[in-house]
Design a protein around this ligand. Structure first.
Ligand SMILES: [Zn+2]
Length: 178
């Protein structure tokens, strides 16, 4: 599936010939009839952290569109050559000022970054190891919030699903008899 014409190359980036379409396996893909370049359209991987302080979850307020002013877990896109765990630690530091160590894989969610970019977000549980809480990079604010007292709308469905899961996990833990 080609998600949107907006993402499709109309001219070959190698030889500047007009691109055509060809079926490659299960997918129709843009191809260059002159030099054979194929455009593979893939979801963009992102990673971030699920960090708790005394039952409160760390969220950041988005400084930029899309969903400017709404809240998410500290997350960001993987850079070329980066491991997703490195991405999660880097984004945590850039957006929250906190140094973290990752303690496990919590969730892998796919979604669509508005308007039409498919993404896969890898969420790790994390613990603080240093730093000072300070919003930075593309975060306008950062804080720790009780799960039943969200600071505002949560920007993306993938993040809302992870929050719902956290809520269930906290409820299950609270319901355990010692
Ligand atoms: Zn070409």
């Amino acid at each position: 599936m080609i998600p949107s014409e907006r993402h499709v190359w109309h001219w070959c980036p190698q030889c500047r010939t007009e691109m055509t379409r060809r079926r490659e396996g299960s997918e129709e893909r843009p191809v260059c009839p002159a030099c054979g370049v194929v455009q593979y359209l893939n979801p963009a991987p992102a990673a971030g952290i699920v960090l708790l302080r005394e039952g409160r979850v760390c969220l950041v307020k988005r400084r930029f569109a899309p969903r400017q002013g709404e809240w998410t877990f500290p997350t960001g896109f993987m850079e070329w050559g980066e491991d997703p765990a490195e991405t999660a630690r880097r984004e945590a530091l850039e957006e929250t000022g906190l140094e973290v160590t990752l303690t496990g894989l919590y969730a892998v969610e796919s979604g669509v970054l508005p308007p039409d970019t498919p993404v896969v977000v890898i969420f790790y549980t994390a613990e603080e190891t240093g730093g000072n809480l300070l919003a930075g990079d593309d975060a306008e604010e950062v804080g720790f919030f009780a799960l039943d007292e969200m600071p505002g709308p949560i920007a993306f469905a993938a993040h809302r699903r992870v929050l719902e899961r956290l809520h269930r996990d906290q409820a299950a833990t609270a319901g355990e008899t010692p």
